[in-house]
Design a protein around this ligand. Sequence first.
Ligand SMILES: Cc1cc2nc3c(=O)[nH]c(=O)nc-3n(C[C@H](O)[C@H](O)[C@H](O)COP(=O)(O)OP(=O)(O)OC[C@H]3O[C@@H](n4cnc5c(N)ncnc54)[C@H](O)[C@@H]3O)c2cc1C
Length: 303
Amino acid sequence: MLNKLIANMLPYMPKKLIWVFSKRYIAGETIEEGLLASKLLNEKGIEVTVDVLGEFITTLDEAEANMHEYFELIERFTNEGVKGNFSIKPTMFGLLIDKDVCFNYIHEIVALAASKNSFVRIDMEDSQCVDMEVEIFKKLRSEFPKNVGLVLQAYMRRTISDLEDMKELNTAASPINFRLCKGIYVEPESVAFKGYEEVRANFLAGLKYMFENKMYAAIATHDKYLVDESLKMIGEMNIPKNMYEFQMLYGVTPELRQSIVDDGHLVRVYVPYGIKWFRYSTRRLKENPKMAQHIIKALFIRG
Ligand SMILES: Cc1cc2nc3c(=O)[nH]c(=O)nc-3n(C[C@H](O)[C@H](O)[C@H](O)COP(=O)(O)OP(=O)(O)OC[C@H]3O[C@@H](n4cnc5c(N)ncnc54)[C@H](O)[C@@H]3O)c2cc1C
C-alpha cells in the first residue's frame, strides 16, 4: 500500500533522485551511452534492440525530429558493427496526430534499416493503437518482408485471432517475425485478460501457434515459468535455433538472462536511451513498487 503510494508520487520527485534508480533500466541520455551499453552486451554474447525514448509527443515537428534521431541511430549502430536491431513506438512518430504522416516517417526508418540489411520492430502500445499498428506492419511487411516485425501482447483477448489473420502473410523465405510479451498497459477487461494465469496461458497458446505455423518468435519475458515452458516447447517441437530468440529489458533479471545465453540460445536485450528517460523510468518503477522503498530511504539520507 505504502509502496504503491510512493510509486504514484514518483513523477513529482527530483529528477536526480529518480536517476539513481533508473540507471539500472536505461543505458543513458546520449547515443554514445546507448552504443557503449550495446557493445558491452555484445561482448557477453547478447544482441540488442535499441529504443530511443520519447513516446510522449504533441507535434509533428517532434515526430520528424524523432525520425532523424533514428536515422542517426541506425547509421551509427550499423557502421560500428553493433549486433542488434531497432525498436520503435509509432506514437513517437505522430500515430495519434496524423497516421499517414506517421506511416511515412516509419517507412523512411524501415527503408534505411533495410538498405543496411537491418531490422525494425514495431512495439505494440495501448489498445487504441493496436489496429493502426497492425495495419502499419502489414503495409511495411509487403514491401520489406525481412526487415520489419511486430509485437503481440498476450493479455489482449484478440491476440490469437490477430495471429490467424496474419498467418497468410507468412512465407518460408521470410518468416513473419513477432515479439510476444505479456503487455504493459492498463487495459479494460473487455479487451484484455486480467488474471495472471490467464495471461500466461494465452502467452503459451500464442507461442505454440507461432511455432506450429513456422513463424519466428521473439519470446519477451522475465517470467521464469514462461521461459521454462517456452524452452520445453522448443525442445518438444524441435524448433530450430533460427526460428526463435529470447528477449529481456535492460537491467531486468540478468541472472535468468545469462542462464539462457549459457544454454546456447540467442538472447536480445531491449536497450532504451534518450533524454526523455524520466517518463519511461517512472513507469518502470511503478511496475516494481518495491523499489520505491529505496527511494524513500534515499530521500531521508539526502536529508
Ligand atoms: C524485450 C521486451 C520488449 C517489450 N515490448 C513491449 C511492447 O512492445 N508492448 C508492451 O505492451 N509491452 C512490452 N514489454 C513489456 C511486457 O509486456 C511486460 O510488461 C514485462 O515484460 C513484464 O512481464 P514479464 O513477462 O516479465 O512477467 P512479470 O510477471 O511481470 O515478471 C516476472 C518477473 O520478472 C521480474 N521483473 C519483471 N519486470 C521487472 C522490473 N521492471 N524490474 C525488476 N524485475 C522485474 C520480477 O522478478 C518478476 O517477478 C516488453 C518486454 C520485453 C522483455
